[in-house]
Design a binder for this molecule. Sequence first.
Ligand SMILES: *Cc1c(COP(=O)(O)O)cnc(C)c1O
Ligand SMILES: [Zn+2]
Length: 416
Amino acid sequence: MNKVVGTQCSICKTAYTLEEVTYTCPKDGGVLDVVLDVAAIKAAVKPEDIWASRDFSMWRYLPLLPVEDPGYRGTPLRSVGWTPVYQPPQLAAELGMRRLWLKDESGNPSASFKDRASALLVAKAIEIGAEVVVTASTGNAGAALAGMAAAAGQKAVIFAPKTAPPAKVAQLLVYGSEVILVDGNYDDAVALAVEVADTFGWYCRNTGYNPFTAEGKKTAAFEIWEQVIASNNLGKPLNVFVPVGDGNIISGVHKGFRDLYALGWLQQMPCIFGVQSTGSAAIANAFFSGTEEIKPVSATTMADSISVDMPSDGLRALRAATQTGGAYVVVEDEAILKAIASLGKVGIFSEPAAATAFAGLRKALADDLIAPEDPTLVLLTGSGLKDVKAAMQAAGEAPVIAPNLQALQAFFAAKG
Ligand SMILES: *Cc1c(COP(=O)(O)O)cnc(C)c1O
Ligand SMILES: [Zn+2]
């Protein structure tokens, strides 16, 4: 089955074949959307076929993905996705909500959402016979690429800022990729990865540059459709909260819902809400100003995975909200720490960027952007183990006592 027609520029709408252009639009640098052959897919598969699948991973959506079956069954590459959705009653009660879902991506093989993009990219790299895959990363995209590449025996090179949290760097190294830290920020690493890919002919996975990353990320929307929308009688569009840095996750989620809508498998588009830190709010700033002009900021947030000066997928990320009746919300780092603590208390351990989405839900309720009775899902994109320093900031330090009962009783007495 031919699943893909080609690509289309998100700015000038020029259509390309997959052979013509590998990365962004040659005319204006616009990020390319992958265009599915909707008629061919519709003729070949029905939603029921997918719902009946026993493949509990993102690969259950292979008929809607722009790659052939990559093989590698029984490896981490094949176990990405189909992450759980939780409905913690304590949080719903605290927020006065009845229908709240939290989709936790920390159970992916490298413990973040980024595995979805990297699994698809590695499958693509093998399909086109790429010798080396290279990427810039704040940590998670690199760890995901390194992990997926290791699973498939593909060579990978990762550039990350030297300020990346140690847990993420450790992960990169353990997976055995070539890891090079740059004495600069994420944006510097991005530029270097592009130059290196051009010079050496390597395949570049950079977010908001390679059109296939969003195609992997869209599988989260497919799962939300299956796990929440199609299996509940919502009556209203689902609100979906997504943390935003480069804007590729939110663009991918939007693309997934658009694909389902185009296939006629989704009747009502969800409303998509992007959440940024006030210290890294380039896309939110554009949303608030009512234009599509995204201006760089000088990013300063403790949520390293969404700390970006100039988002590489900003335009599509903005449209994910403006075209679905959603919005952008910004939250202080203080609120992000509080969100880590709240999620922890219901058994979910999130890294700062992931908790940002939950902080955004709180903000949207406070600002009356959404109503408590609205069905709402929050996408929690990565594990708290990725950034232990931030977790300690959120949770505080543990007391130290002498190892005897009196000391414990004295401690409890002092605590009151
Ligand atoms: C990368 C990442 C994000 C942000 O995704 P963008 O595509 O950069 O907007 C959010 N949370 C986590 C955990 C991430 O790794
Ligand atoms: Zn263009």
